[in-house]
Write a protein of this length. Sequence first.
Length: 77
Amino acid sequence: MKNLPLLGRTLALVAVIVPLIALFIYVGLRSGPLAPVAVTVVTVESRAATPALFGIGTVEARYTYKIGPTPAEDRQL
């Protein structure tokens, strides 16, 4: 009779984990990195290219980052 509670807990745990794994796989295949990519097909048309915006000005970067090597004495082993 002692094995019966352990078997019941195991079955309950499996009954919870298996649907969660199935849901995780379903979400990964539908909206994750393995999801199908939507493809739009259009016919090619010939049109003239006209500028939508023009002017003279200065362009500045929004963010600036300093990138370089890390000194050896700062690393912890």
